[in-house]
Design a protein around this ligand. Structure first.
Ligand SMILES: NC(=O)c1ccc[n+]([C@@H]2O[C@H](COP(=O)([O-])OP(=O)(O)OC[C@H]3O[C@@H](n4cnc5c(N)ncnc54)[C@H](O)[C@@H]3O)[C@@H](O)[C@H]2O)c1
Ligand SMILES: O=C(O)C(=O)C[C@]1(C(=O)O)C=C[C@@H](O)C=C1
Length: 290
């Protein structure tokens, strides 16, 4: 544990899975938080969170769980966020900050912000870090180390609350970036949501390929497995993301289809030079991000 002062007195984590559990672990390791209360509709997962010491105690009810908390972190699927805020709103202490880690921001912020009682504040957030695994058993303290966390404040967001949420993510090891929610959704549609759509479609396409009488997936090796790791991610989480960032995801799927079509034309035309140029451009861009 670092010697830093716990600047969050009581943190309530709603949805103690990969994202919420990892934040709880990271903040505890950093000495940034006094007490951590867990809330989850999956009783077995919540019990495990308490047994693992990820939370200090499991709340019996949502009302009891958020009572007296100065920070509430929402890490439930994106379409569940507003319902949870509606449920906790009457029980929040004055000055409480509610923030989230959901993968879509415009609709989440627009739905949650107006539900907040006077004297409390909602700050939208999204750590750009994760894995294909779910549940508190998959959580780990270093998930956010060296990663970015995007915060999406509105013009009306209290600046002190924003600074406290930024400090929380920095304590977890992340670099905080501010962005408006609409830009956020277009950016993650490109760098996160499209790759998941492509990976899910690729696995189904190969499994659905019926030229042979056996499933050929078992012959897959490094290339296919690296590329499709994220197709093992939670289907319900990705259903919610595709529905809530529908416009951004559709725009990127169309954009991708145009590039895929270009590549198809190069193959069909036997254009060796064009193919090599296409692959070189891509390799240069990909090498540059590492
Ligand atoms: N998995 C990732 O890589 C990743 C990365 C960044 C952000 N996110 C976002 O973080 C959020 C959580 O994802 P996760 O990967 O931690 O999922 P997870 O399945 O590991 O954890 C979510 C937890 O929320 C609980 N839950 C669901 N609905 C609830 C409700 N209404 N009330 C109380 N508890 C409820 C579930 O029981 C589960 O334990 C999602 O919004 C997701 O979009 C995920
Ligand atoms: O590394 C992974 O497994 C992830 O899918 C993490 C990932 C991504 O990079 O796309 C997935 C969803 C998020 O909202 C943020 C991060």
């Amino acid at each position: 544990m670092s010697g830093s002062v716990p600047f969050i007195r009581r943190l309530a984590v709603i949805g103690v899975g990969l994202i919420g559990g990892s934040l709880a672990r990271a903040l505890r390791t950093a000495g940034a938080v006094g007490e951590i209360i867990g809330i989850d509709r999956d009783e077995a997962n919540l019990r495990q969170a308490a047994e693992l010491g990820v939370v200090d105690r499991a709340a019996a009810t949502v009302a009891e769980g958020v009572a007296g908390a100065d920070m509430v972190f929402l890490s439930v699927p994106v379409r569940a966020m507003a319902g949870v805020v509606r449920e906790i709103a009457p029980h929040l202490a004055a000055g409480c900050i509610v923030t989230d880690g959901g993968s879509v921001k415009a609709e989440v912020v627009a739905a949650c912000d107006p539900l907040m009682p006077a004297g409390t504040c909602f700050v939208g957030g999204h750590p750009i870090a994760g894995t294909e695994h779910s549940g508190v058993g998959a959580s780990f303290a270093t998930l956010y180390q060296g990663k970015r966390c995007i915060l999406t404040p509105a013009a009306t967001t209290d600046r002190d609350a924003l600074a406290t949420v930024a400090r929380m993510w920095e304590a977890a090891g992340s670099e905080v970036v501010l962005m408006d929610p609409e830009k956020h959704d277009r950016v993650v549609a490109a760098i996160s949501h499209l790759p998941h759509m492509v990976a899910y479609a690729l696995v189904n396409a190969v499994e659905g390929y019926d030229r042979f009488e056996e499933s050929i997936l078992r012959y897959s090796a490094g290339g296919f497995r690296d590329f499709t790791r994220i197709a093992s991610s939670d289907p319900a989480m990705w259903r919610d993301i595709a529905l809530m960032n529908r416009e951004g995801v559709l725009e990127m799927m169309d954009h991708f289809a145009a590039y895929f079509g270009q590549l198809r034309s190069l193959v069909a035309a036997g254009d060796a030079e064009g193919l090599e140029r296409f692959f070189r451009d891509s390799k240069e861009s990909r090498d540059a991000i590492l």
